[in-house]
Design a protein around this ligand. Structure first.
Ligand SMILES: *Cc1c(COP(=O)(O)O)cnc(C)c1O
Length: 428
């Protein structure tokens, strides 16, 4: 085997098909061999600041010792058990802890990732109406939204280049405008129209910030109005907090900024601190009640082989231990104020159309000569420039954003800001 002599990144190209990666002329990926805090190290010993928390999952740093220890102890006790008819302590504890943070919700349903958490929420909502013998199958969602890559979650997301090959197979969704500041009325009106016939099952939304759609932000007041309209028509409100959960926006959950509460909340990404894949769909007693029946055909027939995996639950519990400490909230506050300051500074940069920040997230809309959609060639320039300067960043179209682990140091964050400034000054 001559292949084994080559580097990991060269061997990778021969046998692996990566997500979201065009397959012709692929650049060999960077092979990461170790992580420590906000840093990742490649097989040649170069270090990188993980400025996007490994796709928004990492909260407390890579190879975080406390999480590693807790997970390792659980591994020696119980790795997995089926979750129908059986349970275990990590699953029970985690459900109790999550409900403690979501006091208006009553039941936790476990799955594997963000897409399945959304898939479960949609199926729960549809079956709620089915079980109530008043079938409703319409869904309202925001334009420009992203809820995952499985068929149901794709259906409620935006129709774009990602969904193009599947558009004909996706179920119909009423897409309404995002209530951007100053354009709220357009969104409210579209919601009123959608709700006219009492046939909408659910409204699904990314609360206050649309992630994959380009870190698009809108205000809690507007979301309150929209959820309020749904409540008055008995439409189930589904908050997809997969990206916004666990402190990202400066509160535990983005919906904590709202007065009106969702009926179902989807969690994943930061749930396990970025250590293991897991999703949860948390719902109110009202939703659950539609499944409280002697009629077994009304059972929620959904589950995954690794549902409520004890190791993933343990990681989530350990992550919550750290997240519930003052230290972590001080870090979140510190990052948030750095982002705010940087936002003001970048607003004045002539290569930036708009800078916006919310909690620990900073997004810069870069002026580019090209169209602004996802396949913007800015990505190629970013992918070439930042790793060379020891930073991992991946833009969304012409949106360059920072979404760091909470353990990032001031110096590391400062380095990310100054490197972006250098990059922007080379832009035109
Ligand atoms: C990432 C994301 C998802 C999908 O989660 P996966 O774990 O990638 O399947 C769903 N909703 C939102 C808001 C997300 O950001």
């Amino acid at each position: 085997m001559s292949r084994a002599k080559n580097s990991l990144s060269e061997r990778d190209v021969i046998s692996i098909w990566h997500p979201f990666t065009p397959q012709l002329n692929v650049m060999p990926p960077v092979a990461i061999v170790r992580g420590d805090g906000a840093l990742l190290f490649d097989e040649e010993g170069n270090s990188y600041i993980d400025a996007i928390a490994s796709w928004w999952v990492n909260l407390h740093g890579h190879a975080q010792p406390y999480l590693a220890e807790k997970i390792s102890a659980q591994l020696k006790n119980l790795e997995h058990v089926l979750f129908s008819g059986y349970t275990h302590e990590p699953a029970v504890l985690l459900a109790e802890r999550l409900l403690g943070h979501l006091p208006y919700l009553n039941k936790v349903f476990y799955s594997d990732d963000g897409s399945t958490a959304v898939e479960v929420a949609l199926k729960m909502a549809f079956q709620y109406w089915h079980n109530s013998d008043r079938p409703r199958i319409k869904v309202v969602a925001f334009e420009n939204g992203y809820h995952g890559d499985t068929f149901g979650s794709m259906s409620v997301g935006a129709r774009n280049v990602f969904s193009q090959a599947f558009d004909k197979m996706l179920f119909e969704v009423i897409h309404i405008p995002v209530p951007l500041k100053g354009c709220e009325e357009k969104s409210f009106l579209a919601m009123d129209n959608a709700l006219q016939k009492d046939d909408v099952a659910a409204f699904i939304f990314e609360p206050l910030i649309q992630g994959a759609g380009g870190m698009v932000m809108y205000e809690a007041k507007a979301l309150d109005v929209l959820i309020g309209k749904c409540k008055s028509k008995n439409v189930i409100a589904i908050a997809d907090e997969v990206m916004t959960g666990f402190g990202r926006t400066g509160k535990m959950f983005a919906t904590d900024y709202c007065v009106n509460k969702a009926d179902i909340v989807c969690l994943s990404k930061g749930l396990t601190g970025g250590f293991l894949p897991m999703g949860t769909t948390v719902c109110t007693e009202k939703i659950h009640t539609a499944f409280l029946t002697f009629d077994k055909t009304k059972t929620f027939f959904h589950g995954h082989s690794y549902t409520a995996n004890p190791i993933a639950c343990t990681a989530a519990l350990a992550s919550l231990d750290l997240l519930e400490k003052n230290e972590c909230w001080n870090a979140i506050e510190n990052i948030s104020s750095s982002m705010k300051n940087a936002c003001e500074k970048f607003s004045k940069n002539k290569s930036v159309n708009e800078a916006r920040s919310f909690g620990t997230i900073l997004a810069l809309e870069i002026k580019t000569p090209e169209a602004t959609e996802y396949l913007n060639p800015l990505a190629d320039r970013v992918h070439e420039f930042f790793p060379k300067h020891g930073i991992i960043l991946r833009p969304l179209g012409n949106i360059l954003y920072i979404l760091p682990p909470y353990c990032i140091t001031n110096d590391q964050l400062e380095k990310v800001f100054t490197t972006i400034e250098t990059f922007l000054s080379n832009q035109n």
